[in-house]
Design a protein around this ligand. Structure first.
Ligand SMILES: Cc1ncc(COP(=O)(O)O)c(C=O)c1O
Length: 403
């Protein structure tokens, strides 16, 4: 069988690959502490579960309009108004099989061959591949830990060429947890206007922002920015609904129409049951979400404190999402269990094999001297996993055991 150049050029998702390795070890009976997962460890709240069951029993089990059930699109419009003060009509909303699909379709509709997309690093693994699949050219804009993993307008300007079409924004960020302030978003918006850029704003972690802060969407800057932005969101992370596969895109009518046409020839509508349950997620009681968020915040605080006590590791306190992005450059060129550590990939391998702890190497996110920890796991497991790493490294580096 012969395969297309397009398919052969795809780099498999590093997070899925590493997670699969850890799961295989668990299947063999090894007690692995996994900090690899990119999904909440909580069950979908009962209220939403019940809505899914009701959908099945009421017969909401047939094709829906390609763009999604009207009551769901109306609920999304109300959410946009209440959370961001933004007015949209249901014809400006496309519900898809997960936010990942929303992003995929957005790039397919926005890009022509050779169009450049600015992607700030560290970035979520799928952006680069999705841009390439749309014949676009990913242009990576590096950020620094010192700047809180947030790009500055000056840095952005350096990477703009006559071929730049789209700017990808992801706040809060996976993997860094960084959240842009309103002032920073406004400054970036100016660059987008100067250079006539379209913005794809992935706001999937929007509700998971801590310390009493909240999210500011670039679409809120002005009506002009609202017209320039395709905003991506979904229920996966906020409501512990990753398996239900419901995401959505909101944007200018023409863009959504084209995206809907494309979806009509690929997946058609997203799951009718998932859509029905998502109406309850968005419009029902938010108590379960608030409980989950409070737990995430507690875990983040614990994890940041503990990671900074591990020899060779350091991390900043992320403002949102459920990840800690740790700098491991102090461990570079050291030898652990006979392996010379040249990157986060080597370190992640060694930690999985010898400490039985799974972390995700930063290379897949564009920063190889980092590893990502997810705190979508219990406090007990966080303590256990970080103790294992600290003890392993203390022994390997011949440090005194820290009690
Ligand atoms: C930044 C980011 N965007 C989008 C997604 C996709 O979310 P969904 O599960 O709704 O496809 C993820 C999931 O890991 C993510 O981390």
């Amino acid at each position: 069988m012969r395969f297309s150049e397009r398919a052969r050029a795809i780099t498999p998702s590093s997070t899925f690959a590493f997670d699969a390795r850890a799961k295989e070890m668990v299947r063999k009976g090894i007690d692995v502490v996994s900090f690899g997962t990119g999904e909440p460890d909580f069950d979908t709240p009962k209220l939403i579960q019940d809505a899914g069951i009701e959908a099945i029993q009421k017969g909401v089990t047939r094709y829906t309009p390609v763009a999604g059930l009207l009551p769901l699109r109306e609920a999304i419009c109300r959410k946009m108004k209440e959370d961001h003060g933004l007015s949209y009509e249901p014809s400006q909303v496309l519900v898809s099989s997960g936010a990942k699909m929303s992003l995929y379709i957005a790039f397919q509709v926005l890009l022509s061959p050779g169009d450049e997309v600015l992607i700030p690093a560290p970035y979520w693994v799928s952006y680069v591949e999705q841009v390439k699949l749309a014949d676009g050219v990913p242009v990576i804009v590096p950020s620094t830990e010192k700047d809180g993993f947030r790009i500055k307008p000056e840095a952005l300007r350096k990477y703009i060429t006559p071929k730049t079409r789209v700017l990808l924004l992801n706040s809060p960020s996976n993997p860094s947890g960084a959240v842009y302030t309103e002032a920073e978003i406004r400054a970036i918006a100016e660059v987008a206007c100067e250079h006539d850029l379209t913005i794809v704003s992935d706001e999937i972690y929007e509700k998971l922002i801590y310390d009493g802060n909240s999210h500011f969407s670039i679409a809120q800057v002005s009506p002009e920015l609202q017209d320039r932005t395709i905003l991506i969101n979904g229920v996966s992370k906020t409501y512990a609904m990753t398996g239900w596969r419901i995401g959505y895109a909101v944007g200018p009518k023409e863009a959504i129409k084209l995206m809907s046409n494309l979806q009509g020839h690929s997946t058609s509508n997203a799951s009718s049951i998932g859509q029905y349950a998502s109406i309850t997620a968005l419009t029902g009681s938010q108590d379960a979400f608030r409980t989950m968020k409070a737990e995430f915040e507690k875990r983040r605080n614990l994890m940041v404190e503990r990671v900074n006590k591990i020899p060779g590791f350091s991390c900043r306190k992320p403002e949102g999402a459920f990840y800690v992005f740790a700098n491991i450059s102090e461990l570079l060129h050291k030898t652990l269990s006979g392996v010379t550590i040249n990157s986060g990939d080597d370190l992640a391998d060694v930690l999985l094999d010898h400490a039985h702890v799974a972390v995700i190497p930063g290379s897949g996110f564009g920063m190889p001297d980092f590893v990502r920890f997810s705190y979508a796991t219990s406090i007990n497991r966080i303590e256990e996993g970080l103790d294992r790493i600290r003890e392993y490294l203390s022994l390997q580096l011949n440090l005194e055991k820290v009690v």
